[in-house]
Design a protein around this ligand. Structure first.
Ligand code: PLP
Length: 432
């Protein structure tokens, strides 16, 4: 039943009765920051508006799926027009070919692409494909890297030395992660010929923002080549976000398999994996590695993705990087001015916030152990102040901050002014 004037609390109470925790993805819950999620009614450009009519300058941007800003007319028109022609067929379409060509053209090392409905499916398939292609069982992942919620990739496990992974979730039996080795980020692990693949976020954007140290990605490439393992770049965030060629292009390291999602769907459900033909044709129907999807390559998702990619010129990325820089620099100034201990990190168009002074100003975490020393309570105080001032940050201290092309310099200045107030209040509250 719809109430005439729903409130966030009213909606959340109703949501909690029928949806576990009231949310369809745990990252949307406010457990770690306190308070009630705002229920979005509509969004436009840099703004989201909640059920109570409160508008926020939005730096969540669907966790990076939105890059042009919300409800960009080109994307909206593409979706509306596609929907009029039917929403799913169970037969191939020209737009799937066009999107695959776009990805293959832009992404280093990719000559064929398989579209899925989520990033999780893309990474899950990439692992199965690597195992099928190499005939080897093991995968190496890095602590603090998120690759979606497939069993074998949920292992977060030990830090320090690479250890055999422990299940990162109840319901994942030890057997499901017995062949997952978890290693610390930014250290090239020792590999052997049991390893099918090393899977990595080339810029880690799910433990705050942790850039690869010089030599890390190059070292992974070399270590994989030495033992015949495949290198999998999970570019679900970085792909078409850092630039047309993603992190691979930015760092000049080419993976064997690349995974995409988020930006390439223009805000609709999508994922993709790509590699050279020899690897990709190991997938069914040309090869023995099975993978499928009723809604894969969905007509609306491909329409939205193509419309979004149409806007992403080199000039657009330069502009986005400048906006990210304006926000990152501004945040440094505003937070320092308020006496709020924090370090801000920028990698191209991506921005990350670490609450706490760190060993030095300008310090950035190098791995999960570092990242987890962030002051979650300080983040919660800042988050609450921002939200009440009209700025939406993710309700968790480990998410990247997403600036879109709709965040004009004026909007960013406005967000920074609101942040100054929030940081003053947060710093004062901490001193009490
Ligand atoms: C979001 C994300 C995924 C999972 O994508 P979904 O579409 O949420 O399934 C995988 N890898 C990375 C790096 C991500 O940020």
């Amino acid at each position: 039943m719809t109430e005439p004037h729903p409130t966030n609390t009213g909606l959340f109470e109703a949501a909690r009765r029928v949806i576990p925790g009231g949310v369809n993805s745990p990252v949307r819950a406010f457990g770690s920051v306190g308070g009630t999620p705002y229920f979005v009614e509509s969004a436009s450009g840099p703004y989201v508006t909640d059920a109570e009519g409160q508008q926020y300058i939005d730096f969540v941007q669907s966790y990076g799926a939105i890059i042009l800003g919300h409800a960009h007319p080109a994307v909206t028109e593409a979706v509306v027009s596609a929907a009029a022609d039917g929403t799913s067929y169970g037969a191939p379409t020209a737009r799937e070919v066009a999107l695959a060509e776009r990805i293959a053209c832009a992404a280093p090392g990719v000559s064929q692409v398989r579209l899925t409905s989520s990033g999780t499916e893309a990474t899950m398939t990439a692992v199965r494909l690597a195992r099928g292609f190499t005939g080897r069982p093991r995968i190496v992942k890095f602590a603090g890297c998120y690759h979606g919620h497939a069993d074998s990739l949920l292992a977060a496990g030990g830090s320090g030395v690479a250890t055999l992974g422990l299940s990162g979730s109840a319901g994942v039996p030890p057997s499901a992660v017995a062949d997952t080795v978890v290693a610390p980020y930014n250290v090239v692990p020792e590999l052997d010929d049991r390893i099918a693949a090393v899977v990595v976020e080339p810029v880690a954007a799910n433990m705050g923002l942790v850039p690869p140290v010089p030599g890390f990605l190059e070292g992974l490439r070399q270590a994989c080549d030495e033992v015949g393992a495949l290198l999998i770049f999970d570019e679900v965030i970085t792909g078409f976000r850092l630039g047309l060629g993603g992190a691979a292009e930015r760092y000049g390291v080419t993976a064997d398999i690349s995974c995409f999602g988020k930006v390439i769907g223009g805000g609709l459900p999508i994922g993709a994996l790509g590699a050279r033909t020899e690897i990709m044709e190991t997938l069914a129907p040309t090869g023995p590695v099975y993978q499928a999807g009723t809604l894969s390559g969905n007509p609306l998702a491909t329409a939205a993705g193509l419309a979004a990619l149409d806007q992403l010129t080199p000039e657009a990325y330069a502009q986005l990087e400048a906006r990210a820089g304006q926000f990152a620099d501004g945040m440094r100034g505003v937070l320092a001015g308020a006496g709020f201990d924090a370090n801000v990190c920028q990698v191209g168009t991506l921005v990350g916030l670490y609450c706490g002074a760190g060993p030095a100003s300008g310090w950035v975490p190098a791995d999960y152990d570092d990242a987890r020393t962030t002051d979650e309570q300080a983040y919660a105080r800042l988050h609450a102040g921002l939200l009440s001032g009209g700025v939406a940050f993710a309700p968790g201290a480990y998410e990247a901050i997403f600036v879109s092309l709709a965040h004009t310099p004026e909007v960013i200045d406005q967000a920074l002014a609101l942040m100054a107030d929030a940081a003053d209040a947060a710093a004062a509250a901490a001193g009490l």
